[in-house]
Design a binder for this molecule. Structure first.
Ligand code: ZN
Ligand code: ZN
Length: 897
């Protein structure tokens, strides 16, 4: 739907869509901007332009229009106390990691807190009505603006004012009244300063009119009246109309402080401290005109560097002033902003990585490091983290719990970046032309080279304005899974027996059967889901191959002929398999909480798989696990088993469960139903889970981690076995290590023997050689050597079939003997393990007629093997040890030929 068309339609009927009671009561006039024609409401009779085009735009910089001054923390206290005074419930922020939505990594607006996905529909669930929330929101689209524009943040606090119009809540009139009073009464802004601009909002299939409110060109908030669904040509009123007012807390602080940028008043004392540390002379007489110009120009140009150039020109800043003041300030603002975002994200369980939402976090950390390097800013990140948390905990006390974890993750990640620099340098040195945006994205995606690094290395002068928007588009939302469509219309939900009595045998009625699929009215077979593998068993006489869930209908896939619709079938669940799977499922919960307690708060279940005899849990963690960590996790897990903790299963309304237990319950991902099944192991582990579980941790008996592996950046796989499988595994491992020990021992003995034999060879070879030269005609025996001189007239023959000698000996002796007697054929036959080997030497003279190679070939054949070599030296062998004598006979006959 076209936003412009909706706006035109709504603005054509202002009475219906925009004219709230306040306007009549206070005497607001409706005007059309004489530059852009947009409609706005004002008490200022001289105002003829909308806030974007007015002359007073951003004139609050250096001259705030409020009688009071509030920084970030104080601003929230003011907002909160105002709304609480006016019957709102103030609720805590939701995590910035959006675990309750499949399509978002991070919480991007306060209304997202209350959106729950049911099938293809988004529904709203409010824990109170009306309410106000200081929701931290992460947005990565405008990263290049952060630090430069004075008002862009990678994370900001959206003041969420939400109401459902019913006996408790209110609609438009009351909403705008409240917002007006907040500005005038609580913040002391003159009524004339406030302008309401007509706008519309649409998204997720619903839309409504909205009033944006501005003070001196700064949009402070936008009150959206979500009212319709459908499209402009065909729409109807929603069952559940909603007030969705979102305002930027940072801007509230900024308008009351009038500092050159919003960064100067939103990080408490940190900004000033870093400016001092860096030794920057932050002369406000330069900064106020410069940042006012930047703010005013921002809407006018596409390209940020153009905005910057213009502001420099208009305010007449010298290059020296830019380099000495503006550029380092921009860097400091960026560093502070990015660290604040990382604090929230890491505290809520996200890790920098090269996949999914972790991507944005990694690039921010690299921006921080590159910026500090480029500007030679010497800050200790740990110190900045401490200062930030000290300041933020006034509003968000929970950040105290993860202070050290944040430091640990940031330090690991910084170290990684530093160590990847050499590699990056190599890649950069190969670039032969200035990279385009697409090249920059490839460079980052495949090689981790950030544009900040390229800027630091002077490869590019500016980061293209579209880079972060493009990158963020690639990594903003998760992919939706495809669902197979089966003809299941009109079939009622399957009654799930495994949540109740959980019988191993039951009768059920066939509601539908087609192809190889069967749908029953009730089932005790667990369908594949949540990483738990499906049950096996029989429907009638047929084996079950697979079980899947489609909405609330369980579909069994079977082998053989399918039963007729309307038949009653008797079913048997494979109980042994189910028990194994059940143990393993509870074990994944135990390992998950154990890993978190050993490693850190950033550990979440990434995914899981539970089979009958083995299982695995993939957790979010920054590095591969050390042996020591694995041992500790296993010990922690087995301690939970030893403690015999009951495993409790309760059903809660989703909203109640979230409020009661927090968002840690979503380990297995989004729960698409209103009622959640909470599985708790004492207060150690509380998860929303649809799987089957043992009733007490002692039923698991034992957990053994069999293998761990870092399977992708930020994810570690833990493979394990539990119950009897664990015992078997331990036993097998013991046997394995015993037989390995035996093997090692044999090897060691063999090695010793070889050493002995070598020593023997060293001693004996000279003796035998000497004896040979003393030999007379005929047959003599020295040691185990048989020597036959003049076997024929031409040749002498010396051989041994003793197993006391090895190859080293024969090779040594053969060589020496044949050197002494050029007419000698030397043959060594010996057993080695299962085989029999042969080594043959031929002296210089005899080798011309009798080839050692030919002799070995022939012997090896007799021994049932193969071999060969040169005229003078050859080796080979076979397997038939009984043919030793035959082999020697064969050599003799070959020599005699
Ligand atoms: Zn205008
Ligand atoms: Zn589970």
């Amino acid at each position: 739907m076209n936003k412009k068309e909706i706006l035109e339609k709504f603005s054509a009927d202002p009475q219906r869509y925009y004219n709230v009671n306040l306007f009549g009561d206070e005497g607001f006039e409706r005007r059309s901007c004489n530059v852009c024609n947009r409609f706005f409401w004002t008490l200022d009779s001289e105002r003829v332009k909308c806030p974007d085009h007015s002359d007073d735009t951003y004139s609050f910089i250096g001259d705030p229009p409020t009688s009071k001054r509030f920084d970030y923390t104080q601003s929230w206290k003011e907002v909160e106390s105002f709304f609480v005074k006016n019957n709102h419930t103030s609720i805590n922020r939701y995590p910035v990691v959006c675990r309750w939505r499949d399509d978002l990594y991070f919480t991007i607006a306060s209304i997202v807190d209350f959106q729950r996905v049911m099938g293809s529909k988004v529904v709203f669930e409010f824990p109170a009505n009306p309410l106000v929330v200081p929701q931290t929101c992460l947005r990565f689209k405008d990263l290049e603006n952060v630090g430069v524009t004075g008002r862009h943040f990678s994370s900001f606090c959206m003041i969420g004012q939400h109401s459902i119009p019913n006996e408790d809540g209110y609609w438009k009139d009351e909403c705008v009244n409240l917002d007006f009073n907040l500005l005038t009464q609580q913040f002391g802004i003159a009524k004339k300063e406030i302008t309401f601009v007509e706008d519309v909002w649409e998204g997720g299939g619903s839309f409504g009119s909205s009033l944006e409110y501005f003070v001196r060109g700064l949009e402070l908030g936008n009150a959206v009246f979500t009212e319709f669904q459908g499209d402009l040509s065909n729409y109807k009123t929603l069952d559940q109309r909603i007030i969705d007012m979102g305002a930027g807390l940072e801007r509230f602080a900024w308008i009351t402080m009038g500092t050159p940028t919003a960064y100067d008043c939103c990080f408490g004392p940190i900004t000033q401290k870093l400016i001092q540390n860096a030794g920057i002379d932050s002369d406000s007489s330069v900064l106020i005109p410069y940042f006012t110009e930047i703010a005013k120009n921002l809407e006018l140009y596409e390209d940020l560097s153009q905005v910057r150039k213009n502001a420099i020109k208009t305010t007449g800043l010298s290059d020296e002033q830019i380099n000495r003041i503006i550029t380092p300030l921009e860097g400091i603002y960026l560093v502070i902003d990015h660290i604040r975002t990382l604090i929230f994200a890491i505290s809520d369980g996200a890790l920098p990585s090269n996949v999914g939402g972790g991507y944005n976090l990694r690039i921010m950390l690299r921006r921080i490091v590159s910026t500090m390097n480029r500007l030679k800013l010497k800050f200790y990140l740990d110190e900045i983290i401490d200062m930030q948390i000290d300041y933020l905990k006034n509003t968000y006390p929970e950040l105290e719990n993860t202070r050290e974890d944040v430091k640990e993750i940031i330090s690991i990640e910084t170290g990684r970046y530093d160590s990847s620099k050499q590699r990056m340098q190599k890649i950069v040195s190969k670039l032969d032309k200035e990279p385009r945006v697409e090249d920059l994205i490839t460079l980052y995606e495949s090689d981790g080279v950030t544009p900040e690094y390229l800027k630091e290395m002077n490869v590019i002068s500016e980061i293209p304005s579209t880079f972060y928007a493009k990158l963020s588009d690639l990594h903003q939302s998760k992919k939706q899974k495809d669902q197979v469509n089966l003809p299941l219309e009109g079939i009622p939900d399957t009654e799930l027996l495994f949540y109740g009595e959980d019988p191993r045998e039951f009768d059920a009625k066939v509601l539908k059967s087609f192809d190889s699929f069967v749908v029953l009215d009730k089932t005790a077979f667990y369908a594949r889901g949540g990483g738990q593998e499906p049950d096996h068993g029989k429907i009638g006489d047929n084996d079950i191959i697979d079980i899947t869930k489609h909405g609330n209908i369980v579909v069994h896939e079977i082998k053989g002929e399918i039963p007729k619709e309307g038949d009653t079938v008797s079913c048997i669940v494979d109980g042994k398999r189910r028990d194994g799977i059940t143990k393993n499922h509870t074990s994944t919960h135990i390992i998950n909480t154990s890993a978190r307690s050993v490693l850190g708060s950033w550990v979440w279940q990434h995914s899981a798989f539970k089979e009958e005899d083995h299982a695995r849990l993939d957790i979010t963690h920054h590095s591969a696990l050390t042996d020591d960590e694995v041992v500790k996790i296993e010990q922690a897990a087995n301690l939970i088993i030893e403690k015999s903790i009951p495993v409790k299963i309760e059903n809660f309304d989703r909203g109640t469960a979230e409020q009661k237990y927090g968002f840690r319950i979503y380990q297995g991902g989004v729960v698409p139903v209103k009622s959640v099944r909470i599985v708790s192991i004492g207060d150690l582990d509380i998860e929303a889970c649809g799987g089957t579980h043992v009733t007490n941790t002692s039923d698991v008996k034992e957990i053994k981690i069999t293998k761990t592996k870092r399977i992708q950046d930020g994810v570690v796989r833990i493979e394990f076995v539990s119950g009897d499988s664990a015992k078997e595994f331990v036993k097998k491992k013991q046997q394995d290590s015993e037989s390995k020990e035996k093997e090692e021992k044999l090897k060691e003995q063999e090695k010793e023997k070889r050493v002995e034999r070598r020593q023997l060879a060293k001693e004996r070879i000279p003796i035998i050689a000497k004896s040979l030269s003393d030999c007379k005609q005929g047959i003599s025996t020295i040691e185990d050597m048989t020597i036959e001189l003049s076997v024929s007239n031409k040749a002498n023959f010396c051989y041994s079939t003793s197993n006391d000698y090895d190859d080293v000996f024969h090779i040594g002796l053969g060589e020496v003997l044949c050197e002494t007697d050029p007419k000698l054929i030397y043959c060594g036959l010996f057993e080695q393990g299962e085989k029999i080997r042969v080594i043959v030497y031929a002296g210089d003279e005899i080798s011309k007629e009798k080839s050692a190679g030919e002799i070995v070939k022939s012997i090896s054949q007799i021994l049932g093997g193969a071999g060969g070599g040169s005229h003078k030296f050859a080796q080979g062998g076979g397997v038939d040890k009984s043919k030793k004598e035959d082999a020697i006979k064969n050599v003799k006959s070959m020599i005699n030929e």
